[in-house]
Ligand binder design. Sequence first.
Ligand code: ADE
Length: 269
Amino acid sequence: MNFHVLTLFPEMILDGMHTSIIGRAMEKDLLTIEAVNIRDFAFNKHQKVDDYPYGGGAGMLMQAEPVYLAWESVASKLAARPRTVYLTPQGKVFDQKMAVELAQEEDLIFLCGHYEGIDERVLEEVVTDPVSIGDYVLTGGELPAMVMMDAISRMVPGVLTNAASGESESFSENLLEYPQYSRPEVWHERAVPPVLLSGHHENVDKWRREQSVIRTAMYRPDLLGKAKLSPKEWQLVHELKKKTVTEKESETEQLQKAISGQEEKDENI
Ligand code: ADE
């Protein structure tokens, strides 16, 4: 996988991506990361790449030509027209499925914007995938590009040393990952669930799957619709829902009692 990042801050990308698993994958030539400085393609002696927006409005825009020339300097070296991701809050929201899909590409270009954005015409010409990493606005596309490159890299064969660990993790089946424990067996009076010490692999797998279902139902119920659950697991989800509704009702009852008690006291004053 070859990542090519078009940016005004190449050092931010290179400094941020040379650590740990990604750094090791680069040493093993499983990944390359090239940061192309858009400023190097400015066509004035001050290396200015931004200008005022036509029609007025706040802020400055990145101009089309330097962005295009930076893109072309990469694209012209490649055999096929590369997929080009533009990081923008207006894009499709990034998820694990997209990470798996983009990991199939040989080359990916990331275009990082700054200021108030980029001239629309160059976006129309080069961008294939406008992508957002979530519903919030950042000051530039570098952090989102790094988030995406990290998630995509993990899906490139050979990058994770434990081949199975990319599969049985959060989101792989639209379920969150089960809780994990390591030594010691008891820490701060909290014991490791006994089933994990039993050496009974089938029971361990069963327990983990159940924990995944419970976690997803509790923290990310929106994912359950896409997860493949057995009738027994759906039963478990229903029971969890009943339990939380009953707990909520009893909390509400207690609150109501407290309020009524206070009102009675007020009346007696
Ligand atoms: N640029 C600014 N905010 C962003 C976001 N949330 N996702 C992707 N790119 C961005």
